[in-house]
Design a protein around this ligand. Structure first.
Ligand code: UD1
Length: 356
């Protein structure tokens, strides 16, 4: 029996881990035993707890409860916690997802103890080293034995950095999930008839008053011109900043709601006519669901969506946001084929079994 430790901690990782956990339990339970370690990077029920039940994720065997902190404090607490577990219990491999502090801490603790690291969502690059996520993903790729790249662009990025046979083009586990969970999508809050689904949580948007205000102003102008609402699930970081800067999104245009669960997000995606976000995951989910997307950033790791004409980089420019929202409102992009066929998780698990 092969023992695998999967390290998660932030909301998007619970979602990504669900696809692979299901494949392990449904198809490979005789060969592979997976334990989950939750670092506790996200801890509010709306950011963490409800994902486990909704996505039928097994309870985490280990909880580090690290909570929030500066990058160094948070990452250091995770490093210690992961190391302690890897020293006390034998694991044949460690599986990490994406680019959060939990990803880097898990990969670094394991690599130092010579435990093979498998990285899902490898090879993404924004080429912007001022993003903590860019630092996390570059380092994690270089610590990993096997790199699962979701797209050809990600594979090419890795080739440019000197990787070759370590890389597998796997497709995207988020597409697996979207296809699997869409029939179960449901909303607990009433949604308007015509709306833009908007989220903002990146520090470069939330922690700069001018940028945050400019994004909200752009969304309000868009709503006014189009004659629609903006549904705005608010990440706790964003909620804290809005409160501390005493910014109140105008209710006439913007309906703020609590962070949504995964199934609620899928329902909100189904009913919207446009997405505006600085999240990487939601950019893709918009594309998979047949919606155009305004990317509230100066660049994106998911360049194929922009190249396909399904997304546009507006950054935090209010005028641009309003103009592009009017241009893209209701425009349905072609069905994507750059992210695999919905079987990424199976391919990844089979490759892990081959390696171990
Ligand atoms: C993290 C990831 C980001 C990912 C995002 C998904 C890093 C560097 N960033 O960003 O890549 O897109 O998760 O959401 O790892 N907070 C709460 N309750 C919670 C969690 C956070 O109140 O359950 C607040 C705290 O004030 C905290 C802040 O949000 O300081 C930021 O949380 P943190 O986990 O550091 O980063 P995210 O912005 O969530």
């Amino acid at each position: 029996m092969i023992h695998l430790l999967t390290i998660v901690g932030a909301r998007p990782q619970f979602i990504k881990a669900a696809a692979i956990s299901h494949v392990i339990r449904d198809l490979y339970a005789d060969h592979l035993q997976e334990d989950l370690l939750n670092t506790g990077q996200h801890y509010d029920d709306a950011m963490a707890g409800n994902f486990f039940s909704e996505l039928d994720l097994p309870q985490a065997r280990y909880n580090l409860d690290v909570g929030s902190g500066t990058h160094a404090t948070q990452t250091a607490a995770m490093l210690r916690g992961v190391e302690e577990i890897l020293l006390s219990e034998h694991y044949d491999g460690v599986l990490v997802y994406g680019d959060t502090n939990s990803t880097l801490a898990g990969a670094l603790a394991a690599a130092k103890l010579c435990v093979p690291v498998f990285h899902v969502e490898a090879g993404l690059r924004s080429f912007n080293r001022s993003m903590p996520e860019e630092v996390n993903r570059v380092l994690t790729d270089h610590l990993s034995l096997r790199l699962f790249a979701p797209t050809k662009t990600a594979v090419e990025n890795l080739h440019r950095e000197g990787f070759s046979e370590q890389v597998t083009l796997s497709g995207d586990v988020m597409l697996d999930n979207l296809l699997h969970y869409s029939p179960l999508a449901k909303s607990h809050t009433p949604l308007p008839d015509r709306y833009i689904l908007a989220t903002v949580h990146r520090d470069f948007n939330t922690d700069h008053e001018e940028r945050l205000k400019s994004i909200l102003a752009g969304l309000c102008t868009a709503a006014e011109r189009i004659g629609c609402k903006v549904v705005f699930p608010v990440h706790p970081r964003t909620r804290h900043r809005l409160d501390s800067m005493a910014i109140k999104p105008p209710m006439e245009y913007i309906t703020t709601v609590e962070p949504m669960s995964y199934l609620e997000t899928l329902a909100a995606l189904r009913g919207c006519s446009l997405v505006a976000t600085d999240s990487g995951g939601l950019q893709k989910e918009a594309y998979f669901s047949g919606h155009s997307c305004l990317v509230l950033r100066p660049e994106t790791e998911w360049s194929e969506i922009v190249e396909a004409g399904a997304a546009v980089l507006t950054d935090a420019d209010g005028n641009r946001i309003a103009d592009e929202a009017c241009r893209f409102w209701g425009v349905e992009p072609k069905k994507p084929d750059e992210f695999g066929d919905g079987n990424a998780a199976k391919l990844i698990v089979e490759e892990i079994l081959r390696c171990l």
